[in-house]
Design a protein around this ligand. Structure first.
Ligand SMILES: C[S@@+](CC[C@H](N)C(=O)[O-])C[C@H]1O[C@@H](n2cnc3c(N)ncnc32)[C@H](O)[C@@H]1O
Length: 194
């Protein structure tokens, strides 16, 4: 496993219980986000970087054949115990195999060094069936810069820049969503692309 994956895995593992408490249920997810995710993902879907697995289970509740994968064994143990009917795997999003109808990458690209993004998106494109959909959520910012996220270093992405990277990887944007900073909550962006 690459050193940066080791860092992400160890950092989330040490805070897994707290993360699950704060973010591990759909009741803690903005209703607009759930709606966007539900609107665009159908068929066989991989939740790449599923964390506690609540969004994977949410997709299953909508009749989507969703499975989750994450680097962090503590998250996968929680996801399996909480959602026993949903398949979850320990592993990297870089090893996801297709073809699938959809990929959800909800805040799971935020720790990837920017120079890796094009490669990850191109791989997602190859794993998706023709016409398959990717939904990504990330921190919106004025420029691509790192910041000290509570778990480990993360990156802001201007939504236009992220959208351009999606086009470069062969995607066509179908919807974008933005929410400005709100108190302690950072600005949010999400894009659905085919
Ligand atoms: C901010 S959390 C988001 C988790 C979940 N998607 C959610 O919305 O709560 C980022 C997640 O991405 C996972 N992750 C980061 N890099 C990954 C990789 N290369 N492969 C699989 N999971 C990864 C982390 O382990 C962590 O669970």
């Amino acid at each position: 496993m690459s050193p940066s994956f080791q860092t992400v895995r160890q950092s989330y593992a040490s805070l897994a219980a707290l993360y699950i408490d704060m973010f591990g249920a759909t009741s803690q997810v903005d209703a607009d986000d759930l709606a966007l995710i539900g609107r665009h993902l159908t068929g066989t879907v991989v939740d790449a970087g599923c964390g506690p697995g609540h969004l994977t289970a949410y997709l299953r509740s909508l009749g989507v054949s969703a499975s989750g994968i994450d680097l962090v064994p503590e998250f996968i143990a929680h996801a399996r115990a909480t959602h026993p009917d949903v398949p979850f795997h320990i592993g990297s999003m870089d090893d996801v195999e297709g073809p699938v109808d959809g990929i959800l990458s909800w805040y799971s690209l935020i720790h990837r060094p920017p120079h890796e993004l094009d490669g990850v998106l191109a791989r997602f494109r190859r794993v998706l069936k023709p016409g398959g959909t990717l939904v990504v959520g990330f921190f919106d910012g004025d420029e691509v810069v790192p910041f000290p996220h509570k778990v480990t270093t993360a990156y802001f992405w201007p939504v236009d820049e992220f959208a351009a990277r999606l086009v470069k990887a062969g995607f066509t944007e179908v919807e974008r969503q933005r929410r400005p900073t709100d108190g302690p909550r950072r600005a949010h962006a999400a894009i659905a692309a085919r």
